[in-house]
Design a protein around this ligand. Structure first.
Ligand code: DAH
Length: 372
């Protein structure tokens, strides 16, 4: 009898370990322990046995049932685990794959410098004004006190455009507003602002300007940042304070040496140019105070002055009542000095290697920019 039970056990355990999925395993369970299963059938024979034999056989069958159940559970767990592994393998992502390169742009140094300048002037209470790049002779020259045949007009290497058709809008009767050109400086916007706003005025004007010139320090298109302050009490001391503070913050040098040199612009009187100190020791160029006086030299950074009474008059303001100052600077020049870029022409060559080297990340942008 025991030998029979052993053979039955071996047989059932064998079929359990041969079951390859949960369905087959269930069939094996039913064949052994189900209502018509082989072990169940043996249980029903117990009643016909003698009490001793019944006890012995009953115990043996119970042990057998327990062993079979344990084997079924173990096999079920194994099969479930195998199925899970197969599913995981099928659904897995190959993280060893090299990622596709993501194109990443950068902020052009000119945009960066303009944003820095605007942030500094915004802190001083300036707002941003803009004007057209295609201008007329009146706004570019006449209103700014350039007399008709004045040599300063020739100095601007102006790009002239075909005259505007007669009768097209303009505010100057002599026909100067028909003579079209690409603005040679952002000072034109001073005229628009004074014609259209009532003082007090405190604006900066970032923008493109154009002159027919091309070499290491000139390109036909370049950028300027203009400034204009008009009210009843502003004087040269305000101009100085404003521009010295601007240069210190822009170049990030607290003890930056600065000086104003007398100069000439038709639209300001008096006029000046501002220089900043740099250190030329050891053949280098570093913005800031030099360690010894022999290495101290000067770099011109901007033009400025008190707005000429004729300009106020030409723009409809009474020079007896109003006064103020103006300034203008080349954005490329300021950027070359601040970031050590040697050749102006490279700004506009769109060379990706140059842009990657000198460009700025989006998060490097100054945050104080307002009113742009
Ligand atoms: N417009 C001048 C230029 O392009 C720069 C300039 C000088 C602007 C003096 C000003 C100023 O407003 O006051 O060379």
């Amino acid at each position: 009898m025991t030998a029979d039970l052993n053979a039955l056990k071996t047989d059932i355990l064998h079929s359990i370990s041969a079951a390859n999925d949960i369905g087959q395993l269930e069939e094996t369970r039913v064949a052994a322990l189900g209502k018509k299963g082989r072990v169940t059938a043996l249980m029903s024979t117990l009643g016909a046995l003698t009490p001793d034999a019944k006890k012995e056989m009953g115990q043996a069958l119970n042990i057998l049932k327990t062993e079979i159940s344990a084997a079924l559970d173990a096999r079920a767990a194994l099969l479930k685990d195998q199925a899970l592994q197969v599913r995981i393998a099928a659904e897995s992502v190959d993280i060893t794959l090299t990622p596709r390169p993501q194109p990443q742009g950068s902020i052009h140094p000119i945009s960066q410098s303009m944003a820095e300048m605007m942030a500094i002037f915004a802190d001083m209470g300036f707002s941003v004004a803009e004007g057209p790049e295609i201008e007329d002779d009146f706004h570019n020259f006449t209103a700014l006190n350039f007399p008709p045949a004045h040599p300063a007009r020739a100095m601007h290497d102006t790009f002239y455009l075909p005259d505007a058709p007669p009768g097209e809008a303009g505010n100057n009767k002599s026909g100067e507003d028909r003579k079209r050109l690409l603005r040679t400086h952002t000072s034109t916007v001073q005229v628009h602002v004074m014609q259209n706003r009532k003082p007090p005025i405190r604006v900066i004007v970032p923008g493109r300007t154009f002159r027919s010139d091309y070499d290491q320090t000139h390109t036909p298109m370049f950028h300027q940042m203009e400034g204009l302050v008009i009210d009843k009490a502003t004087h040269m001391g305000h101009l100085k304070g404003c521009l010295i503070e601007f240069c210190k913050r822009f170049f990030e040098v607290d003890d930056l040496p600065t000086r104003l040199r007398p100069s000439f612009f038709p639209f300001t009187e008096p006029s000046a140019e501002m220089d900043i100190g740099c250190d030329r020791s050891n053949g280098g160029l570093k913005i800031g105070r030099a360690t010894d006086s022999l290495s101290q030299s000067w770099l011109e950074v901007l033009g400025c002055g008190m707005v000429h009474p004729n300009v106020l008059k030409n723009c409809g303001l009474d020079p007896e009542e109003y006064q103020g100052f103006a300034f203008g600077m080349g954005v490329e020049r300021m950027t070359m000095l601040k970031y050590g870029i040697p050749d102006l022409r490279t700004f506009f060559e769109s060379d990706l290697r140059w842009l990657r080297h000198y460009g700025f990340g989006v998060l490097d942008q100054p945050t104080a920019v307002t009113a742009v």
